[in-house]
Design a protein around this ligand. Structure first.
Ligand SMILES: Nc1ncnc2c1ncn2[C@@H]1O[C@H](COP(=O)(O)OP(=O)(O)O)[C@@H](O)[C@H]1O
Ligand SMILES: [Mg+2]
Length: 346
């Protein structure tokens, strides 16, 4: 293939691409490259047109070694940075040489990497807090409390509480990773919504009773059935009920309402709606968009106090999305909250 033919092909490459000719000028930039870098790059020396060390080194290396070389290029705009992986490859042989430069947008990968690092940092922090406490208690037990059975008992109690917190955190992390692993598989058990809600209420019977909360359950006589994952849907109900109990019980009332909607406007299908309403603290609207993020809590101290891990709603979100459903949160600060789960019914 001649170099002219090779340059013509650049137009049909579906990502930004151009060639650097043997006189070091940029030629044959495709439409994608022009819209990314502007038409002023054409016929300019690549060093003055591109200016970022990463991409310049890649092109240099490719020319020098007559091999493939890669680097990165960042475009900064008002809406944030876009990162590109740049690959420079030699084109043609003999005197008619050129270097093909292609740009692959890796912003999403980069963001995923940042999220993973954030996640690891969060988990470490969450584990460190109870661990530090336990280590402190052990030191106290071996030192100042050595001969004080009453203090020993108290410290052992606190150690138990911190250890249980670590256990819950690990349980929730494992649930989250199991749900994520199965997220692409469609769940297929026949599930009765009535049974899910009843199982969840009875598993929380003791704390509900202790908190003296009145719970009302409103479901049509004809049960609603859907295709789902029974254990996961129970977990959704448990997490929502637990939250209603922890953050909403002040009102003394929790209401669960289940009904079928003929056509959910957003899901565009028949759906089951499960609403958990409490009359407690309520949530300031500024928190709503982030509430289902991992480790997001409105009041970190309170959540810890209540034994929360900050993962409950993140788990709910993943499970609901595996069921191709959606979550709605309505809340008025000081009045209470309503968490609704809307899941397609076949
Ligand atoms: N029913 C509710 N009323 C008020 N705030 C709530 C309610 N449910 C959840 N929240 C807020 O959302 C946060 C995240 O909930 P979640 O993911 O279940 O974590 P956790 O309960 O472990 O703190 C809670 O810390 C709390 O601040
Ligand atoms: Mg919770």
């Amino acid at each position: 293939m001649s170099i002219t033919e090779a340059l013509e092909i650049i137009d049909s490459i579906p990502i930004p691409a151009f060639a650097v000719l043997s006189d070091a000028r940029i030629a044959a930039a495709n439409e994608e490259a022009i819209s990314l870098l502007g038409s002023q790059i054409l016929n300019r020396h690549y060093v003055t047109a591109l200016r970022q060390p990463g991409i310049l080194a890649a092109i240099d290396n490719s020319i020098r070694t007559m091999g493939r070389a890669s680097g990165t290029y960042t475009i900064t705009s008002e809406s944030g940075d876009e990162r590109y992986k740049v690959v420079a490859t030699p084109l043609g042989t003999g005197s008619a040489k050129a270097t093909l430069v292609c740009f692959e947008n890796i912003s999403d990968l980069h963001t995923a990497g940042l999220m993973r690092r954030d996640f690891v940092a969060n988990v470490s922090h969450e584990l460190r807090t109870p661990l530090t406490a336990v280590v402190g208690f052990i030191e106290t037990l071996r030192g100042p409390a050595r001969n004080d059975p009453e203090a020993q008992d108290r410290f052992l109690g606190m150690m138990l509480k911190e250890s249980q917190r670590m256990n819950r955190l690990v349980d929730d992390l494992l649930s989250l990773s199991r749900v994520e692993a199965a997220e692409r598989q469609r769940p297929s058990d026949p599930v009765s919504i009535r049974e899910v809600v009843e199982a969840s209420i009875s598993s929380l019977a003791k704390p509900l009773q202790e908190a003296e909360v009145e719970i009302t359950f409103d479901i049509p006589d004809a049960d609603i059935e859907l295709q789902g994952d029974r254990d996961q849907l129970r977990q959704v109900m448990n997490n929502l009920l637990e939250n209603a109990l922890k953050y909403g019980a002040q009102g003394g009332m929790i209401r669960i309402k289940v009904y079928e909607v003929g056509h959910d406007a957003l899901l565009r299908t028949k759906a089951a709606r499960v609403e958990v309403t409490d009359s407690g603290l309520g949530i300031d609207p500024i928190h709503l968009p982030r509430l289902t993020e991992r480790f997001y809590r409105i009041d970190e101290h309170r959540s810890r106090e209540m034994g929360g891990t900050g993962l409950g709603l993140a788990i709910v979100k993943h499970i609901v999305s595996r069921h191709r459903g959606r979550i709605e949160i309505d809340s008025t600060k000081g009045k209470g909250s309503r968490f609704s789960i809307i899941i397609p019914v076949l």
